[in-house]
Design a protein around this ligand. Structure first.
Ligand SMILES: C[S@@+](CC[C@H](N)C(=O)[O-])C[C@H]1O[C@@H](n2cnc3c(N)ncnc32)[C@H](O)[C@@H]1O
Length: 276
């Protein structure tokens, strides 16, 4: 039985208990929960129960989807401290962020831990959609890259990215760049490109090829995709863009379930040298 069910077993009816979400997201001191319509009148009880969880000082309700190009979340505080700015500790990294202003997915935890293990000593890495440094920081901390270029469009996320570079002491490795990666990303510099974006990632595949060194390198390509074609579509898109160069699919994995019938997947592909 989930934590909320146990905590609220004497407060809610059996019908209401069945409507409770199975879990909640925890980012720093903030617990974020989705509550279905049938339980909206019990919001205060749910918030109170979550505030009894160790380390939780704020409870926020996820109200809608993450929106827009800047991926701004839609959350509202329903209990505890009104502050949604927090420091999330994970895998020996600290991520400072405001959960009401920028996106951070706890479901990507394994991917954030996996990526640094793939980076070879001395590589140049380019993180095209850096957010608050979800990939750039662990790569700089746990691998030995020469440089990590971290490009971010949203000025709020960029401010946290810069702060996270400082608090994690990786300023000698990570270079944050503010702007649209189409303009801000340096070309021909990277051994490895991280494409941690969903919905429109494929539009940036031609840019990823430009960003790689002429000798080629590795692309970590993320996509949200119907489960039935979970690897077929991203692989097809990758192969469709790389013309006249060798491509080797290194790994395909589901990062998390994104929505019913939709997966968030990542495909790692090695692209060979430019053939002249
Ligand atoms: C969904 S968040 C993901 C952050 C991180 N890569 C991860 O996977 O956890 C995507 C980030 O990319 C940024 N972004 C979207 N389009 C961009 C673009 N064209 N150039 C640079 N950053 C962009 C958004 O502002 C947002 O912070």
């Amino acid at each position: 039985m989930g934590y909320l069910r146990v905590a609220l077993q004497y407060t809610l009816t059996d019908v209401e208990l069945k409507l409770l979400p199975r879990g909640f997201e925890r980012i720093g001191h903030v617990a974020i929960v989705s509550i279905p319509c049938g339980l909206q009148h019990k919001i205060k009880d749910i918030a109170r129960a979550l505030l009894n969880t160790k380390g939780v000082r704020t409870v926020a309700l996820r109200e809608g989807t993450i929106s827009g190009r800047s991926r701004r979340p839609s959350v509202r505080v329903i209990g505890g401290d009104s502050s949604t700015e927090t420091v999330h500790h994970e895998n020996s990294c600290n991520f400072k962020l405001d959960v009401a202003k920028v996106m951070f997915s706890s479901g990507n935890l394994y991917e954030r831990a996996r990526l640094p293990k793939l980076v070879r000593d001395g590589e140049v890495v380019l993180d095209m959609f850096a957010g608050v440094g979800q990939f750039s920081i662990p790569v700089a901390k746990h691998a030995k890259p020469n440089k990590v270029y971290a490009v971010e469009l949203n000025p709020i996320a960029y401010r946290y990215l810069c702060e996270n570079v400082k608090i994690n002491h990786v300023g000698h490795i990570v270079k944050p760049l503010l702007g649209d990666c189409v303009e801000a990303a340096p070309r021909g510099v990277a051994d490895r490109v991280i494409m941690g974006l969903l919905h429109v990632t494929h539009r940036y595949l031609p840019l990823a090829l430009e960003v790689l060194k002429p000798n080629g390198g590795v692309i970590h390509y993320h996509e949200s995709v119907p489960s039935k074609i979970r690897f077929e579509r991203p692989v097809k898109r990758l192969l469709g863009v790389v013309v006249g160069r060798e491509v080797k699919i290194l790994q395909k994995r589901v990062v998390k379930r994104y929505a019913p019938g939709v997966d968030h997947v990542v495909v790692d592909a090695r692209v060979g040298p430019v053939i002249r």
